[in-house]
Design a protein around this ligand. Structure first.
Ligand SMILES: *[C@@H]1O[C@H](CO)[C@@H](O)[C@H](O)[C@H]1NC(C)=O
Ligand SMILES: *[C@@H]1O[C@H](CO)[C@@H](O)[C@H](O)[C@H]1NC(C)=O
Ligand SMILES: *[C@@H]1O[C@H](CO)[C@@H](O)[C@H](O)[C@H]1NC(C)=O
Ligand SMILES: *[C@@H]1O[C@H](CO)[C@@H](O)[C@H](O)[C@H]1NC(C)=O
Ligand SMILES: *[C@@H]1O[C@H](CO)[C@@H](O)[C@H](O)[C@H]1NC(C)=O
Ligand SMILES: *[C@@H]1O[C@H](CO)[C@@H](O)[C@H](O)[C@H]1NC(C)=O
Ligand SMILES: *[C@@H]1O[C@H](CO)[C@@H](O)[C@H](O)[C@H]1NC(C)=O
Ligand SMILES: *[C@@H]1O[C@H](CO)[C@@H](O)[C@H](O)[C@H]1NC(C)=O
Ligand SMILES: *[C@@H]1O[C@H](CO)[C@@H](O)[C@H](O)[C@H]1NC(C)=O
Ligand SMILES: *[C@@H]1O[C@H](CO)[C@@H](O)[C@H](O)[C@H]1NC(C)=O
Ligand SMILES: *[C@@H]1O[C@H](CO)[C@@H](O)[C@H](O)[C@H]1NC(C)=O
Ligand SMILES: *[C@@H]1O[C@H](CO)[C@@H](O)[C@H](O)[C@H]1NC(C)=O
Length: 660
């Protein structure tokens, strides 16, 4: 395992001559021509993703459609989501019937129950899954949970497994590192975690052995050097700039990420987030709808707090439900010159701004810091120059933002929208407000989600979670000025989380719907904890061997299945009970006694113990875990993070970064 410090050291070993030796513009090479032809060909095939009209990273002006795009108030779901939902809900009936039966709730006939309500969509359970931020740790731990929930994963439908939960879900959400996970799955045609993990010849997808600073061994067509890789990135971002758009540090960061996350040549520069809505399996309702989350920053401020405006990306739109911006823009046309909600009659539209790597980068801007630490090493000087130029332009204090310019909400909702008079919409890492689990899109009352599986890979205490993210979302739901109709079950303080072990095992919050003001989902909290490995690796660890990657994914799988049912053979049935809980209430169905047993075991019952705990070094959850018993008690956090990180990085990264 390498941490950032040693990555920087190895990068520093590159000579300056190497860094400057490549000057051949890549678009002149036969390889670039091949890439271009693939991009164009790709646009015609069934896999609809590389649809930026420029064929590359740059957004491009296009004629507006006859029905010109407009900004809408956030008073309802979009017409697109409203039209898609019944198709998806209908498609979840069969998976839910299979899944709930397989979970085998004693004394309960799940097949009859689902058959009895299948013609009544509003009675069916409505499931969401959320994967928190936390860099690669969050990507891998979240991936383990998704693999457990995915019936395509080998053995996930065997005893102790919860496979089929994903196929039954309506929505999934990711933020920052969790956004890399969701973005990677959706940009690769909703492929499985298993397939991404195992990779394929010539593809650099999920190859975390080489850090983002070094770049992949190959780009799918040929071998590349670190300089080659950065030259490609520079070239791609310059294309955006040449097309008349600002570039932010996030453009470079998002491009670099994409080489690891998007299984296409050069990180799939023409892939857009909005094209997910055009994918056949999404259109036909075979897969859930994904969200990525980002926080807004008011102009002239550097503060992101719990009352900051939160934005969601979904395949149709970018916008916010908060009573500030309270608006949504059609994602495909973001980049157009909207003013007061319309694109001026004499203006064209723009497409391709919502490039999928840029969206993933926007949700994870804290990691912009990594690129800025390159100064003083031999990462190609031309990248350093480009970054320095940006900082000179926008100011050092804006180094952790993504510029969305033109601002789609310009002159819109003037009275409440904090960004209405700004040409630029400034977006930052979705975890910066403390809500590190992307619950925001899933607790909107319009979506009527019944149950959220909240996978928490936060680094709160020794790189383990301690409930801080749930506390933040709960607190926000209590602020009448900002919550705007969102309700959230009550959760205890972090000391209680640690003292009662609510952060070491799954815990349900909001079991008693009648006890909550407003309509809130049941939260199934799934905190990262050690099963087969100490999965609390530092947020700043930037490369992982295949073995380490696989064991953290496996650990996440164990977290989600409680060791494949080893710790509680009834856990899969309890997962099913959580899924069914709100539906039981709606249909007036008596709760099976097996479910009541589950709720007695897993629901937080209101007990608190707010004394300050000593510290938190969880033991392995499985007593027979010997995989790396040497790590026991020692704790990966203390052994890697502090040893491997240069002091300067810690100093440079904001406090919030340490939590994400
Ligand atoms: C996308 O996935 C679906 C479902 O697995 C498959 O039928 C389809 O062929 C895939 N499309 C592409 C372009 O790989
Ligand atoms: C969204 O709905 C509008 C209006 O029905 C339609 O024209 C558009 O194609 C839809 N967008 C997508 C991505 O499905
Ligand atoms: C619901 O899905 C079933 C197959 O799963 C299909 O036969 C039926 O036409 C669908 N109904 C609607 C309203 O889409
Ligand atoms: C997964 O679930 C879907 C939906 O129920 C089903 O069509 C598919 O056959 C299942 N796949 C596996 C491998 O069990
Ligand atoms: C699946 O389960 C069987 C039986 O427990 C085991 O032998 C096999 O190794 C498992 N396969 C995978 C890929 O986990
Ligand atoms: C990557 O894409 C190639 C070409 O489309 C495909 O053959 C391969 O299976 C993909 N690999 C993964 C891990 O999805
Ligand atoms: C509630 O939110 C408002 C507006 O967003 C903010 O001004 C206020 O300080 C918040 N109140 C608390 C107690 O945080
Ligand atoms: C609420 O938001 C405003 C504007 O973004 C900020 O100035 C203020 O400090 C925030 N208040 C709290 C309590 O976080
Ligand atoms: C949400 O905010 C909007 C805009 O301020 C307001 O019109 C609406 O009534 C609010 N909704 C709720 C449920 O408070
Ligand atoms: C890199 O260092 C030089 C000199 O120390 C400084 O002028 C420049 O602003 C730095 N660039 C960045 C991106 O921090
Ligand atoms: C918002 O204010 C701007 C001037 O600052 C004005 O041009 C615009 O029409 C206003 N928008 C609305 C919807 O009133
Ligand atoms: C919980 O985590 C927060 C950081 O997110 C930290 O400030 C706090 O001290 C932790 N509390 C406990 C009891 O672990």
């Amino acid at each position: 395992m390498k941490v950032l410090g040693s990555v920087l050291a190895s990068v520093a070993a590159l000579s300056v001559a190497d860094a400057y030796s490549v000057v051949v513009p890549r678009d002149a090479s036969p390889k670039m021509q091949l890439v271009d032809s693939l991009a164009v060909a790709g646009a015609a095939v069934e896999r609809a993703l590389p649809n930026s009209p420029s064929g590359g990273y740059a957004p491009m002006e296009v004629s507006c459609p006859a029905d010109r795009p407009t900004i809408r108030a956030a008073s309802s779901l979009s017409p697109n989501e409203t039209a898609w939902l019944p198709i998806r809900r209908n498609n979840t009936i069969a998976p839910m019937r299979e899944f709930l039966s397989r979970m085998n709730i004693s004394g309960f006939d799940a097949t009859s129950y689902i058959n009895g309500i299948q013609n009544n969509a509003s009675a069916l359970p409505n499931i969401g899954i959320a994967a928190s931020g936390g860099g690669y740790r969050a990507l891998m731990n979240g991936a383990g949970f998704l693999a457990a929930a995915d019936n395509r994963t080998i053995n996930s439908t065997g005893a102790g497994g919860i496979g089929g939960l994903l196929q039954s879900a309506t929505y999934v959400a990711g933020l920052s590192g969790g956004g890399w996970l969701m973005g990677s799955i959706y940009s690769n045609n909703f492929t499985s975690v298993q397939d991404l993990r195992d990779g394929s010849k010539g593809s650099s997808v999920w190859q975390f052995g080489k850090s983002i600073f070094e770049g992949p061994d190959s780009d799918g067509i040929q071998l590349v050097s670190t300089t080659d890789y950065w030259t490609t990135i520079l070239h791609e971002v310059n294309q955006k700039r040449d097309a008349g758009f600002n570039a932010s540090i996030t453009d470079y960061w998002g491009r670099a990420l994409s080489f690891q996350l998007v299984n296409a040549t050069d990180g799939g520069p023409a892939y857009t987030f909005s094209s997910i809505a055009l994918q056949p399996n999404f259109v036909s309702g075979e897969i859930p709808m994904p969200f990525l989350v980002s926080d807004g920053r008011a102009p002239g401020t550097q503060i992101v707090s719990l009352n900051s405006t939160v934005f969601e990306f979904n395949p149709f739109e970018l916008g916010s439900w908060d009573p500030t911006t309270y608006a949504f823009a059609p994602l495909r046309y973001v980049g157009s010159n909207f003013s007061a909600g319309v694109v001026p009659e004499d203006g064209n539209c723009v497409e391709g701004f919502d490039q999928i790597g840029y969206v993933m980068g926007t949700s994870s801007t804290l990691f912009n810091q990594f690129l800025l630490q390159i100064n003083g090493t031999s990462i190609p000087g031309f990248i350093e120059d480009a970054l320095t130029a940006i900082l000179t332009d926008i100011g050092e204090d804006q180094n952790d933002v993504a510029q969305w310019q033109p601002n789609p909400f310009y002159n819109y909702n003037n009275d409440t929208n904090r960004n209405s008079i700004s040409q630029q919409l400034t977006l930052t890492d979705g975890g910066e407000d403390g809500q590190n689990i992307p619950l925001y899109p899933l607790i909107q009352p319009q979506r009527k989600v019944d149950v959220i599986f909240a996978v928490d890979s936060s680094a709160d205490i020794n790189n383990w979670p301690n409930g801080t993210s749930l506390v933040a979302t709960y607190e926000r739901s209590l602020n009448n000025t900002i919550e705007n109709g969102t309700a959230f079950p009550s959760v205890p303080d972090q000391n209680t989380f640690v003292n009662l072990g609510l952060n070491t095992r799954p815990t349900f919050f909001g079991c008693d719907a009648s006890n909550i003001t407003g309509t809130a989902p049941l939260i199934v909290y799934i905190p990262n904890a050690p099963y087969n490995t100490q999965s609390n690796v530092s947020t700043f660890t930037m490369s992982y061997s295949d073995d380490q990657r696989n064991s953290i994914i496996e650990n996440g799988y164990n977290v989600g299945t409680m060791g494949n049912g080893t710790l509680d053979s009834e856990w899969p049935a309890c997962v099913a009970c959580a899924v069914l809980s709100r539906s039981f209430t709606r249909t007036g169905t008596a709760v099976p006694s097996a479910c009541n047993d589950c709720f007695n075991r897993y629901c937080w019952n209101g007990t608190t113990n707010s004394t300050t705990p000593n510290t938190y070094y969880p033991d392995y959850r499985l007593t027979n875990s010997t995989a790396d018993a040497s790590g026991k008690k020692k704790n990966a956090a203390t052994s890697t993070a502090t040893a491997g990180l240069g002091f300067s990085l810690f100093a440079a990264v904001s406090v919030a970064a340490l939590l994400i």
